[in-house]
Design a protein around this ligand. Structure first.
Ligand code: KIV
Length: 272
């Protein structure tokens, strides 16, 4: 009998690249805490994103801008403790990498060292290229993010679909090439026309993961609280709900309250 435990194959950036080559779709979801990460990982997800959407769904902020590097590291280290197989990617938060590639490198290294995550993600194209290149020099895998980049919401002024006009679409195509050439291992495309996203995916060797970018890309990502129906007031067209946990949890809590009020909980078997 072998003394070595049979280990499940871990997802690496190389595995994702191979998946694209054999046209196997990549599944990705967000998680921000140990318990959710454990469930999502055990379900067999390929990539877990510790997204700065934690600022919205965990902290209740209107945008992703307020979340700090320390807070991202806290979420990421909790997620890493719950994961055995998935690749864990962590968002660099707003203000931790733009316009200063040295600070970008320090931020990325802090995330990798203090959380144990496997890669970082950041938003933007040519404007953040220097930061991407510097982070890559330290051997930290970088995922890009183009299209609707929520950290730029005050520049856009709206969460509407991006790159519907020629000029922005051409810039997005050029940026995706720059990111691939710089050495990014994958790119997220958020809320852009499906045809454009497919064109980008076909142009690149690295995997392209879409959110609101149609089916012609190499994988899909959703915010886990959205697809589970916990954030039940957020209903963009691209979102498919796989559960209605807001209702389920609310119902369970109401049953608990009713049992407590009626002295039905605890019963004889539930006490010492
Ligand atoms: O922060 C996040 O959840 C994201 C996804 C929407 C891709 O960046």
């Amino acid at each position: 009998m072998s003394l070595h435990k049979k280990q499940e194959k871990k997802i690496t950036t190389h595995v994702l690249f191979e998946m694209k080559k054999r046209a196997e779709k990549i599944s990705m979801l967000t998680a921000y805490d140990y318990s959710m990460a454990r469930v999502v990982d055990k379900a067999g997800i390929d990539v877990i994103l510790v997204g700065d959407s934690a600022s919205n769904v965990m902290a209740g902020h209107e945008t992703t801008l307020p979340i700090t590097l320390d807070q991202m590291i806290y979420h990421a280290s909790s997620v890493v403790r719950g994961v055995a197989r998935a690749l864990v990617v962590v968002d660099l938060p707003f203000g931790s990498y733009q316009g200063n590639s040295k600070e970008a490198l320090v931020s990325a290294i802090r995330i990798m060292k203090e959380s144990g995550a496997h890669a970082i993600k950041l938003e933007g194209g040519e404007e953040v290229l220097e930061s991407i290149k510097r982070i890559l020099t330290a051997g930290v895998p970088v995922m890009g993010h183009l299209g609707l980049t929520p950290q730029s919401i005050y520049k856009f002024g709206t969460y509407a679909v991006r790159a519907t006009k020629n000029q922005e679409a051409e810039k997005l195509i050029a940026d995706s090439k720059l990111l691939e050439e710089a050495g990014c291992f994958a790119i997220v495309l958020e809320k852009i026309p499906a045809k454009l996203a497919q064109r980008v995916a076909e142009n690149l060797h690295i995997p392209v993961i879409g959110i609101g970018a149609g089916a012609g890309v190499d994988g899909q990502v959703l915010v886990v609280h959205d697809m589970l129906g916990i954030t039940n007031e957020f209903s963009p067209r691209f979102l498919r709900r796989y559960a209605d946990l807001f209702e389920t949890i609310q119902g369970a809590v109401q049953n608990y309250i009713a049992d407590v009020k009626a002295s039905n909980f605890p019963n004889k078997k539930e006490q010492y």
